[in-house]
Design a protein around this ligand. Structure first.
Ligand code: ZN
Length: 395
């Protein structure tokens, strides 16, 4: 399994300058790639990847406007080319319907502001004793917060908007399967709480996360009042970046722990695919919570692979919040403010989210059975009782 290990690094002022040059060059090469590919696309020409690279790096270095590209490690520039190629390909495949998931937009040019990074393969970096050697930058001090599990195959050097530097290594780590257990869970991604499970467990967003969000709004308000180009504005921007980091870290930490708990406690975890469940949600609610949800689902998928557990996404739309999970009757749509309802057919009282999670669990099991069986897709409203008997064999 390939995973990323991230460490804080402390470049000297001189190394920071060298890195800034490398970030800048990689950014220019990336943007030049996009311009060139756009031009060829508009003209209806096909251009090979090697030709793109030759024009934006090799030939560009000979022109007076781009001569400074030779000051930085060419590995970083080649990787910027590759990044642009992949971004372009994702957009293209998405347009042609060859790519699953939500629509990918046309790649945006990289900007001078915000997060900067360069990617280096084996010939652009090395580990010198305790330090990280980066070509044309030097030996950078690393805070080794934990050991690397294997020799890294590539590294991304990052400068975050709050002026902290990180190195993110790609390493191989063997899977370590956990002993099998016979519990399974469906999870409903909520707005008020992060996750509700089919067992009725509610996992909420931690309180400090909400507090950090409040601080973030305040810091952003201060920033918007500062005059452009002033020293106070620069300070306010740093502050916003620092609060952003804290919000991000808090969310990251909580998402990791939640994902680990769900994967450890259950042999299989089922969730709705976001691009499918998104249809049932309002635009605003989606934009607020989407980032957190997709992060959580990604972590669950990663940890399930690592610990030998199953994670399935339900890839089609089902009215999980309308159907009674006890008798399978569709009770009709209910406004979001209704948290609890009684099934008109069988009289079961449901918590809205737990009921949805139970339906997701039943659906997930059924889709998994289909994947290795008949290929029939029965609707959710088939009596759930039939499913109970097949439970063990499905697991
Ligand atoms: Zn019912």
């Amino acid at each position: 399994m390939q995973v990323r290990y991230r460490y804080r690094i402390y470049p000297t002022p001189g190394q920071q300058q060298a890195l800034a040059r490398a970030f800048g060059c990689a950014r220019v090469v990336y943007n030049d790639c996009l311009v060139l590919r756009d031009a060829c696309h508009a003209a209806g020409e096909k251009i090979s990847d090697t030709e793109v690279q030759r024009r934006v790096i090799t030939l560009a270095k000979r022109t007076p406007e781009r001569a400074w590209l030779s000051q930085v490690a060419s590995v970083a520039l080649v990787q910027a080319c590759q990044d642009a190629r992949r971004a372009y390909k994702n957009w293209f495949d998405s347009m042609a319907g060859r790519r699953k998931g939500p629509k990918v937009r046309h790649p945006k040019p990289r900007r001078k502001r915000g997060r900067q990074s360069i990617r280096l393969t084996r010939n652009g970096f090395a580990l010198h004793r305790e330090r990280l050697y980066v070509a044309k930058v030097g030996d950078i001090r690393v805070q080794w917060s934990r050991g690397l599990p294997s020799e890294p195959s590539s590294v991304t050097v990052i400068r975050e908007p709050d002026d902290r530097y990180y190195a993110s290594f790609v390493v191989k780590r063997p899977a370590t399967p956990l002993p099998a257990c016979d519990r399974e869970a469906g999870i409903d991604l909520g707005l008020n709480s992060l996750v509700v499970t089919s067992d009725g467990e509610i996992i909420s967003n931690p309180r400090f996360y909400r507090a950090a969000q409040r601080r973030l709004r305040r810091a952003q308000r201060v920033l918007s009042r500062r005059r452009k180009g002033s020293a106070n504005r620069a300070k306010a921007r740093q502050r916003v970046a620092a609060v952003h980091r804290k919000v991000r870290d808090a969310r990251l930490d909580h998402a990791h722990k939640t994902a680990l708990r769900l994967v450890r406690d259950n042999q299989a975890v089922y969730a709705e695919d976001l691009c499918v469940s998104g249809m049932a949600r309002t635009r605003l609610a989606k934009s607020v919570a989407d980032a957190g949800w997709s992060q959580l689902l990604r972590f669950i998928a990663e940890k399930a692979a690592r610990y030998g557990r199953t994670f399935c996404k339900i890839g089609r739309f089902e009215p999980t919040s309308q159907v009674c999970s006890a008798c399978g009757v569709n009770d009709g749509p209910k406004p979001l403010r209704i948290r609890e309802w009684m099934c008109a057919a069988c009289g079961t009282v449901h918590d809205r989210d737990v009921n949805a999670a139970r339906n997701i669990l039943a659906l997930g099991r059924r889709e998994r059975l289909n994947a290795c069986g008949t290929g029939v897709r029965p609707p959710l409203t088939v009596a759930v009782g039939v499913e109970a008997g097949t439970r063990r064999s499905a697991a």
